[in-house]
Write a protein that binds this ligand. Structure first.
Ligand code: 4AZ
Length: 254
C-alpha cells in the first residue's frame, strides 16, 4: 500500500544542512517520469566529469532520461544540471544480492566544483573501525506531517560503524566489500533510507571529510539491530581508477 509513510523514506534522525559550502560535492540523480524530471537518489562528485553512486540507483535506466543536479541544499532549486553521457556499472554488480553496488556516472560537461576526497589505503584501519563515527548525507523526501507536501532539504546524520555480530543480519548477506553503520546513537535512532541511496558516507580525518561508503541497502529504516549497509569504497579504488583515469586517492596531505 502506498501510504504517506511509504513515500517519506529518508534519513532518520540527524539534522538539516543549510550551508551550500558544507558539502559542495553532494549531488542528486533525477529521472524523467510522466514528462517531468523527478528526484531519485544521491551521488557525489569525484573529479573531472565523474560522479559516484550506487549501481541500484542507475540500472535499466536510459541515460537520455537521466540528469545529475547539484549546487544547493534545497532540492527544489539546484542550480547546476548535467546530462549523462555514460553510466559505468560495476561489472560484478548483482541486483539481487546488491553485491558490488557501485556505479560511475559520466556527464556531458566540466564540473567546476571541489570533488570529495576518496579514502586511501593508509586510512583503512582508522575509517572502517567499529565504533568510528561517520556522517551520511541525503536528499530523501520528508513529508510534512499533515499534508502531502515534501520538505526537500539536504540532511546529515552521524552514525557508528558496527560489526555484523551486533546486527540481526545473516552473515552471508554482508560481504567484505560492505560495511554496516547505524543505528542508535545516544539512545536516538539514526539511519539512512531509500531516498538517500547512492549518497555518501564520510569519515572525518583531521577536520576533513573523506568518502568511505555509498548508501546501499538495509532491512527497513531505523529498525533496531538492522543498521544501514554501505558499499565499502576502499575495495573499489582500482576499479574507479580504471574508469576515471586519475589518481583517485587524493589525500596525501593526511
Ligand atoms: C534503499 O532502499 C535503502 N536503512 C537504503 C538504505 C537503507 C535501507 C534501504 C538503510 O535504497
Amino acid at each position: 500500500m502506498n501510504t504517506v509513510k511509504d513515500i517519506c523514506r529518508r534519513i532518520v534522525g540527524g539534522g538539516y544542512v543549510y550551508s551550500k559550502n558544507a558539502y559542495p560535492y553532494m549531488a542528486t540523480i533525477w529521472y524523467l517520469d510522466s514528462e517531468e524530471f523527478k528526484f531519485k537518489s544521491g551521488a557525489m562528485y569525484i573529479g573531472k566529469r565523474y560522479f559516484l553512486t550506487a549501481a541500484h540507483c542507475t540500472r535499466k535506466k536510459d541515460i537520455r532520461m537521466m540528469l545529475v543536479r547539484m549546487g544547493d541544499t534545497n532540492l527544489k532549486k539546484l542550480p547546476k544540471t548535467y546530462r549523462v553521457v555514460k553510466v559505468h556499472t560495476h561489472p560484478n554488480f548483482n541486483s539481487n544480492t546488491l553485491h558490488n553496488d557501485i556505479a560511475i556516472i559520466e556527464v556531458d560537461k566540466d564540473v567546476n566544483v571541489e570533488p570529495v576526497r576518496l579514502v586511501c589505503e593508509h586510512l583503512r584501519d582508522f575509517c572502517y573501525n567499529f565504533g568510528v563515527i561517520v556522517k551520511v548525507l541525503g536528499f530523501g523526501k520528508d513529508c510534512a506531517s499533515s499534508t502531502q507536501q515534501y520538505l526537500m532539504n539536504m540532511k546529515e546524520v552521524d552514525l557508528k560503524i558496527k560489526p555484523i555480530e551486533e546486527s540481526r543480519y545473516h552473515r552471508s548477506l554482508i560481504t567484505s566489500e560492505m560495511f554496516l553503520a547505524g543505528n542508535i546513537i545516544d539512545g536516538k535512532i539514526v539511519d539512512a533510507c531509500t531516498g538517500d541511496s547512492g549518497g555518501p558516507c564520510l569519515c572525518n580525518i583531521k577536520g576533513k571529510w573523506v568518502l568511505i561508503g555509498i548508501v546501499s541497502w538495509g532491512s527497513g529504516c531505523g529498525k533496531k539491530d538492522l543498521p544501514g549497509v554501505y558499499t565499502k569504497v576502499i575495495s573499489f579504488l582500482p576499479w574507479i581508477r580504471s574508469i576515471c583515469k586519475f589518481g583517485v586517492c587524493n589525500n596525501h596531505d593526511f
